[in-house]
Ligand binder design. Structure first.
Ligand SMILES: Nc1ncnc2c1ncn2[C@@H]1O[C@H](COP(=O)(O)OP(=O)(O)OP(=O)(O)O)[C@@H](O)[C@H]1O
Ligand SMILES: [Mg+2]
Length: 458
């Protein structure tokens, strides 16, 4: 047992009698405030004088010096397994949904000692690519979701990251019976409520496990909650299930890491972020990788907040180096009402490959991208010379590209409240057919408005 010797906001120093008693880094301690509120602490550093410097998971208000701190084990452990479906927990695995205690048979530590950098003899690359259909036209066409891959939805404030992730959950779970883990990091509490409401409204909740470490919580909770989510997903994966892991918002995980780093007095790198930026981003992403000798997979979809719309922000760069597919949202498209506001020319996807999606899909996707590139050039030209000065051939390309741009917008089931339109699930075949027809000129006589915010082409 140790004693609290200093409390500075979320940083708490615990003194032990001898060096042997000090728990290892990431060890958990429990202490209490004067008004008997439990506080959990995670060991961050060992200091001289038998002191463990800890980061508090809960608010340290009213925690006083000399309070007892009891070691609880080498890592936070959370309940895992089927009982977690339709439950909402915090980083510690405690229920926060007022549905009573969780009586789980199994618990798992959220901190793992070794990520297993060892190369395994059975290569995972021999696995066949399996594409998960999302029913969102632009995503299926240009950013196919491959089982076991990592996808990022990048964008500044209010561009529709959360709605895109929610729509993917909605479509995959209702259409394909997927199971998913949702991790809310550092977003508004109101959004957590809304998510819960949407999920139960559409009957998705029984297939979902939810973990929250929202904006109001101390950095320790926001930082660790990503690992709690990863642990839930990992356990399902080990049971040979295919899991979808949704994170809203992974930038907040990095941000919480930066806050902790500052609180611990570490000197930031010249970019202003924590010196451990890359290793923190990798700790999370490497943990949720697929393979490792199990048949299950974790497919992750992560919302990434982009501060001030600046894609070169070091935290954003650190995150996207681990992603296979990047959907970049653009403010310009939001202003034009082109939802989902993914800008295909700024985005990229490693899964868009003929071996993964098939020759026809690949060819059409390339033709669509080509049309967008050309449109971008012509658009600038039109600003200068006016649309009537375009040559007839260019005018045709220009019009068709605009029709495709409109066709790739889509009313979402989860955004019905905003658009007032019924949401559509569009099978990939319909999307490919629609784009092919527009590109081939079959719809040259129709006006571009007819393609805006519709489901499949009629
Ligand atoms: N697909 C869509 N259809 C219609 N409206 C949308 C769509 N996506 C986003 N919006 C509008 O944009 C707003 C913000 O969306 P959302 O909350 O998903 O953004 P965000 O990128 O998650 O924002 P934040 O950075 O605050 O988390 C919504 O409230 C809605 O009005
Ligand atoms: Mg959001």
């Amino acid at each position: 047992m140790g004693r609290v010797v200093a409390v500075q906001g979320p940083v708490v120093d615990i003194k032990f009698k001898s060096i042997e008693e000090i728990p290892s880094v990431y060890g958990v301690l429990k202490t209490e405030t004067v008004d008997q509120r439990e506080i959990f602490l995670e060991v961050a550093e060992h200091r001289a004088g038998n002191i463990a410097r800890c980061i508090a998971i809960n608010s340290t208000q009213n925690l006083q010096r000399n309070a007892k701190a009891v070691p609880m084990g080498p890592s936070i452990e959370v309940p895992v397994g089927d009982v977690m479906y339709s439950r909402v927990i915090n980083i510690m695995g405690q229920p926060i949904d007022q549905k009573g205690v969780i009586s789980a048979k199994k618990k798992a530590p959220i901190r793992v000692r070794e990520l297993g950098t060892k190369i395994r003899s059975k290569a995972v690359t021999t696995k066949k690519f399996e594409v998960l259909e999302t029913g969102v036209k632009i995503i299926d066409l240009l950013f196919p979701l491959v089982k076991g891959s990592k996808t990022g939805v990048l964008g500044g404030a209010g561009l529709g990251k959360s709605i895109i992730t929610l729509e993917i959950i909605h479509n995959i779970v209702t259409k394909h019976q997927g199971t998913c883990v949702f991790v809310g990091i550092g977003e508004r509490i109101r959004e957590g409520n809304e998510l819960l409401f949407e999920l139960s409204k559409h009957g998705i909740l029984p297939k979902t496990m939810i973990v929250f470490g929202q904006m109001n919580e101390p950095p320790g909770a926001r930082y660790g909650v990503a690992m709690t989510g990863a642990t839930l997903a990992e356990t399902l994966q080990k049971e040979n299930q295919d899991v979808l892991l949704f994170v809203d918002n992974i930038f907040r995980f990095i941000q919480a890491g930066a806050e902790i780093s500052t609180l611990l007095g570490r000197v930031p790198s010249e970019t202003g972020y924590q010196p451990t930026l890359i290793s923190e981003a990798s700790e999370f992403h490497e943990r949720i990788r697929s393979g490792g000798g199990v048949a299950g997979s974790v497919t992750s979809i992560e919302a990434v907040y982009v501060p001030a719309d600046d894609l070169t922000d070091p935290a954003v760069v650190a995150i996207f180096t681990f992603l296979d597919s990047l959907m970049v949202l653009s403010r310009e498209r939001v202003q034009l009402g082109l939802y989902p506001a993914i800008d295909p020319l700024q985005s990229s996807c490693a899964n868009l490959d003929p071996d993964v999606v098939g020759k026809r899909h690949y060819q059409i996707s390339q033709d669509v991208l080509q049309a967008f590139y050309k449109y971008e050039e012509l658009r600038k030209l039109v600003l200068v010379i006016g649309i009537d000065e375009l040559s007839p051939a260019d005018r045709l390309i220009y019009d068709r590209a605009r029709k495709i741009q409109n066709f790739l917008t889509q009313p979402f089931s989860t955004a019905e409240a905003y658009t007032g339109k019924k949401g559509y699930y569009v099978p990939i075949e319909e999307t490919i057919k629609g784009c092919e027809e527009i590109l081939s000129g079959r719809h040259d006589k129709r006006s571009e408005e007819e393609f805006y915010m519709v489901g499949p082409l009629t």
